[in-house]
Design a protein around this ligand. Structure first.
Ligand code: RM4
Ligand code: MN
Ligand code: MN
Length: 430
């Protein structure tokens, strides 16, 4: 049984707000017209914007200490898809789901594809998982996967990634995202160069199994689960690996995987310049890989990243077209609400970046007018684009206020009836 949000409820909730949205939209339209911006063109672009939902994000997350599950949590990929459909129905910005294997492994991938088709969902990048051992695994990942000193462990990890490609083909995906937890916890534990060599040798075998129209996205992460060094630690190691592997290998930027205060937007620019920007995992962070909701803490940073992305779009930069995905851990909120909120937050940054007066910015940059260049960006960032986002949703049949409509639907309570808890409340990052 699939519980969906009743279209009549969306219409009823929208009817309460439609008049106000139209008024605000008209006022914003007049304001933007004074800057020679056609609001409807921006709204059309906002409506096209899509960001993928991570399948694991639909469940309540946790920390190394504990996990406090919510009611009606999805217990398998079928239920995660149902929740993803709700998120997309209301937000109209998340038609893709990014699965994680083997967590989401099923016996019949054709059946899974049929189910996602019925829900109007598509599949984004496939995430492999070699950071934990699976039941009956023949060789352990305790000391790493693709870079393990044992050939046997490396082979298991390589085969798992090749399997992911096969499953992804049935689902219609075109990307494999590889993040490994490989690294060390003690100085001297690992020979840095040899570990990286082993990683590259393994990755070359996976790359060789990539269909010609696929990309492989490499995700770096500074720490955790290895706390002294990780094999793909930063964007430097990441781009080196991507360059070594070939044009189908690109780098993925997870916002939480950098050292504090790193200039992520500049990294994005470098990756764009060298045709190596594969995609994003959006989230926010204060200390490390906190997996806080996107834009909840550093909305200006998120905007500055989109400023680079829109700039690349504006310049028609060759080979540009990154995958956008959320990757957050929802420990104290309803994951559906957080994902809808975050999708809108990222969409907001994109739309605000579309409002930057680029010829003027270029002029200020060329004149070395630092203050006015900076003000040009701030001006766009400070425009409240909420009416554009609301109108984009309304025009596509979504909810003007996704969270209010979701709460009015009673969805979580309804699914709690048919999804009794399986009693698992162990700790864990996801
Ligand atoms: C990692 C990383 C990966 C995600 C896992 C669950 O920190 O962000 O993208 O697959 O968490
Ligand atoms: Mn990630
Ligand atoms: Mn992470």
């Amino acid at each position: 049984m699939t519980t969906r949000i009743d279209k009549a409820l969306i219409a009823e909730q929208n009817a309460k707000l439609e008049g106000f949205v139209k008024e605000d939209y008209e006022a914003l339209g007049n304001k933007l017209a004074r800057e020679d911006i056609n609001i409807d063109e921006i709204t059309a672009k906002a409506a096209e914007f899509q960001i993928a939902v991570p399948s694991w994000g639909t469940g309540t997350g946790g920390t190394r200490f504990a996990r406090f599950p919510g009611i009606g949590e999805p217990r398998n990929i079928w239920e995660k898809l149902e929740d993803s459909a709700v998120i997309n129905d209301l937000s109209q910005a998340t038609e893709r789901v990014s699965p994680h294997f083997p967590w989401d492994k099923v016996d019949d991938f054709t059946e899974l594809k049929q189910f996602s088709d019925e829900l109007g969902l598509k599949w984004d990048s496939i995430n492999s998982n070699t950071f934990q051992d699976q039941k009956d695994q023949t060789a352990s990942f305790k000391y790493g996967s693709l870079s393990n000193t044992s050939q046997e462990s490396r082979d298991v990890a390589i085969q798992h990634n090749l399997d992911c490609i096969e499953w992804g083909k049935t689902l219609g995906s075109k990307t494999l995202t590889v993040w490994v937890g490989d690294g060390s916890n003690h100085p001297g534990q690992q020979h840095f160069q040899h570990a990286f060599e082993r990683y590259l040798e393994s990755m070359k075998k996976i790359y060789a199994g990539l269909p010609s129209d696929w990309e492989m996205h490499i995700e770096h992460k500074m720490f955790e689960p290895a706390f002294y060094s990780t094999v793909i630690q930063d964007w430097g190691s990441n781009i080196l690996a991507a360059m070594e592997l070939g044009p189908q290998a690109k780098s993925l930027v997870d916002l939480g995987h950098h050292a504090p205060n790193v200039n992520i937007e500049m990294i994005v620019s470098r990756l764009i310049q060298f045709k190596k920007l594969g995609g994003f995992h959006f989230n926010d962070s204060k200390y490390g890989d906190d997996d806080l909701d996107s834009g909840s803490l550093h909305p200006y940073q998120q905007f500055l990243i989109f400023n680079e992305l829109v700039d690349a779009e504006y310049r028609k930069q060759e080979g540009f077209g990154p995958n956008y995905m959320l990757d957050q851990s929802h420990n104290v909120t309803d994951p559906i609400e957080s994902l809808m909120n975050s999708a809108a937050s990222v969409q907001r940054s994109y739309v605000a970046a579309l409002l930057v007066n680029r010829p003027l910015l270029t002029q200020y940059q060329n004149e070395n007018d630092a203050l006015m260049a900076s003000n040009t960006l701030k001006h766009a960032f400070n425009i409240d684009v909420s009416p554009i986002l609301a109108m984009a949703r309304l025009r596509k049949g979504g909810a003007i206020d996704p969270i209010a409509t979701y709460r009015a639907s009673g969805y979580r309570k309804a699914v709690a009836e048919v999804r009794p808890s399986n009693g698992q409340s162990g700790s864990g990052i996801v």
